[in-house]
Write a protein that binds this ligand. Structure first.
Ligand SMILES: [Zn+2]
Length: 225
């Protein structure tokens, strides 16, 4: 089963990806994680990516695509995988489609997590991140045991610049503009399912699970009814 997850920042995509990965026992492949790992391991692709990152530029499509394709060919992805943060544009979606077909697969479903602006602002502005291990907390939904200190490694928590209220709306608008063509692409191929992500993680997951269980047993047209 190949599932692609989309959603604006704060829609809870990362949380749902982890839950799904455990439920279906398939890896969660996140572009951000892969990019960081390549850079950290100083791989050939990582070295190339770092040049762009250091100069504040976006890592080019082909480089990201190469990293993703390398990852989905690993043995643990042979029964499927969950993609998060990829594809970002129609060209990446086409490369992905071509490559999964080459390894005998097909993208099953692209899921879009819809969340309202209010919910997104509340979630993101309460987010705190560990300076050392990057674990994510939330001042209301998932506070650390000790105020502003990481439960795992004891380092200090901070608020990312990106998570300040004034930048959230801007991030959201950029995201919506960027993602529309990709969503249209999947919608055109009848592979898009929108799920409301305004409620708390467990109830969103129940809807998601139900959708995917039905996908396994039927076809998409039925799901979209
Ligand atoms: Zn930590």
């Amino acid at each position: 089963m190949i599932i692609i997850l989309f959603g604006p920042p704060g829609a809870g995509k990362g949380t749902q990806a982890k839950l799904l990965s455990n439920y279906f026992n398939i890896p969660h492949i996140s572009t951000g994680d892969i990019l960081r790992r390549h850079v950290k391991e100083d791989s050939v692709l990582g070295k190339k990516a770092k040049l762009y990152m250091d100069s504040g530029e976006l890592v080019p499509d082909e480089l990201v695509t190469d990293m993703i394709l390398e990852r989905i060919r690993k043995p643990d992805a042979k029964n499927g995988f969950i993609l998060d943060g990829y594809p970002r544009n129609v060209s990446q979606a086409q490369s992905l489609n071509k490559s999964v077909k080459e390894i005998g697969f097909d993208v099953d479903l692209a899921i879009y997590f819809e969340a309202s602006k209010d919910v997104i602002v509340k979630r993101l502005s309460g987010r705190r991140v560990c300076k050392k291990c990057e674990r994510i907390y939330h001042v209301v939904n998932m506070p650390p045991k000790k105020d502003m200190v990481c439960d795992d490694c004891g380092a200090e928590l901070y608020q990312r610049k990106d998570d300040r209220e004034e930048t959230i709306i801007n991030r959201l608008n950029v995201y919506l503009k960027q993602s529309t063509p990709v969503l249209d692409h999947f919608s055109k191929h009848s592979k898009l399912k929108k799920i409301s992500a305004d409620s708390e993680a467990n109830s969103v997951f129940n809807v998601l699970k139900d959708t995917l269980d039905r996908l396994k047993n039927s076809d998409l047209e039925k799901i979209n009814k």
